[in-house]
Ligand binder design. Sequence first.
Ligand SMILES: [Zn+2]
Length: 265
Amino acid sequence: MASGSHYRSPSALLRELGITEPEDIRIEAIAEYCNATIIYEPLKGSAARILGFGDRAFITVDSQSRRGRQRFSAGHELGHWMLDRGRVASFMCQEQVFASEWGSDNPERRANRYATELLLPDFMFTPRAKDQRIIFETVRQLATAFQTSLTATAIRLVELGSFPSIIVCHTAQHRRWFIRNSDVPDAIRLRDKPGAWTVANDLLRGGTSSEGPTDVQADGWITHPDSRNYTLCEDSIRLGDHWILSLLWWKNEKQLLDLEEDHDF
Ligand SMILES: [Zn+2]
């Protein structure tokens, strides 16, 4: 069997190792198979780092962070080892790249994607997400099953779930990134900032309690001129000190169906 440190995609690794269930995705064993040893130590100023020399790498993960975060950090560093070797010998990755780097293409985003596809593989995730509501309660259940972080799991639920939805990450100043399910048409565009009557707006203004899934007027989120005539289900949470993560779900798909009709001349 081939092993060692040459590039392998997440799905190739899982296949080679015969892994078919979430509880068998043991990141330490998978990394070891790729000549990367994972070490847990208290870290200051970064969530994880990797040092590679020649064919060997050592990944250090902050022993003080939560298990889901540790696994994601380790998968992220393994992604650097697989994707970026030869160009860089070491990475130190801040906690915030795991929340912020999902938008534009760069080595951090590619490492995040690698971790996501390794820890939340399509063929395991899709059947478990089927017909599940696009809310954080579902995300938490799936994050427990896969032992993954909330952000990565929520992104997967939007991408691979059964219903049209968008996940958006905001700070008080900016929209950092968003990811849409392929059933959401391009005519649906997000506003730069959530509107006054959204849960996210309340959280961004320092509101402390999330209300859970809430039906809001679609124009709070969407620029399309007819949006005020429709509703969508918003579930927003605070993530760390600076981020607001929002799941937008067209539980009532009327807006999307009407848009489709507009284009069916
Ligand atoms: Zn990184």
